[in-house]
Each structure stands twice: as structure tokens, then as C-alpha cells.
Design a protein around this ligand. Structure first.
Ligand code: HEC
Length: 108
């Protein structure tokens, strides 16, 4: 292997590490809280058709798993109408206030 190939591989690995770190901490929880109230609470308030849902309904890893794998199974169109960025912000808010987080919270 010549030094150029070696350098390329190094660069690629660095880029990968940087983006995967961002993927976990990339959302804006403050915006996510607003978006959650706006886009989710209509159905997920107490007595709502989706059942009451607050950040404390799940643990941090349950929220992350839901947003990574299960939003396609969510009934209706809501997850198809919000952007990836908004989805990430909502995920961040729910994660940061989850049942096992340092600061568990209901939605207020
Ligand atoms: C149009 C109504 C509606 C909206 C808006 C809505 N949901 Fe739902 N949601 C539902 C229904 C209905 C279910 C299925 C409930 C069931 O199976 O008991 C559900 C299920 C869920 C579940 C699984 C519940 C569980 O206990 O695991 C999650 C998580 C969820 N929704 C999150 C969200 C988030 C986050 C948003 C906002 C981006 C949202 N929902 C917006 C109607 C809605």
C-alpha cells in the first residue's frame, strides 16, 4: 500500500467517526419540544387517539430505537410530513427527558 492510499483510508475513517458522533447528539432538544407539542400532542395528549405519550413514556434507548427503526410503522402520515431534521430534534428532546435520563420530564 502506498502512502496516498494509507492517507485516504485515514481520512475516510475520521469522517465516519465524526458523523456517527454527530448522529447521536445532533438534535436541538429545545426545538424538538416545540415540535413535539405542535406535531404529536394533538393525538398523544391524555385521552388522545394515540394514547398519552410524554418523554417519560420510554427510556433513552427505547426512544432512539423507535426513531431509528419504527417510525415507518407509525399510523398515518405524520412521520412522512416532517423533515429528517425535525425528526432528529424531536428524538433529541424525548431522549434528553426520557424516564432514565438525568432530567426526566413530562411535556408540560
Ligand atoms: C394523527 C394522530 C397522531 C399523530 C399526529 C401522532 N401520532 Fe403517534 N400514534 C398514533 C396512533 C393512533 C398510534 C398507535 C397507538 C396504539 O397502537 O395503541 C401511535 C403510536 C405512537 C407510538 C408508539 C406508542 C408506544 O407505546 O410505543 C409512538 C412512539 C408515537 N406514536 C410517537 C409519535 C410522535 C413522536 C409523533 C409526532 C411526530 C406522533 N406520534 C404523532 C397517532 C398519532
Amino acid at each position: 500500500m502506498n502512502w496516498k492510499a494509507f492517507l485516504m483510508i485515514g481520512l475516510i475513517l475520521t469522517a465516519f467517526t465524526a458523523t456517527s458522533a454527530l448522529a447521536i447528539e445532533g438534535g436541538n432538544a429545545r426545538k424538538g419540544k416545540h415540535l413535539f407539542k405542535k406535531s404529536c400532542k394533538s393525538c398523544h395528549d391524555s385521552g388522545g387517539e394515540g394514547g398519552e405519550l410524554t418523554p417519560m413514556s420510554k427510556t433513552m434507548s427505547q426512544w432512539d430505537r423507535y426513531f431509528k427503526k419504527k417510525t415507518d410503522d407509525h399510523p398515518g402520515e405524520v412521520f412522512k410530513t416532517i423533515s429528517d431534521k425535525d425528526k432528529k430534534d424531536i428524538n433529541q428532546f424525548l431522549h434528553d427527558s426520557a424516564a432514565d435520563s438525568p432530567a426526566p420530564a413530562t411535556c408540560g
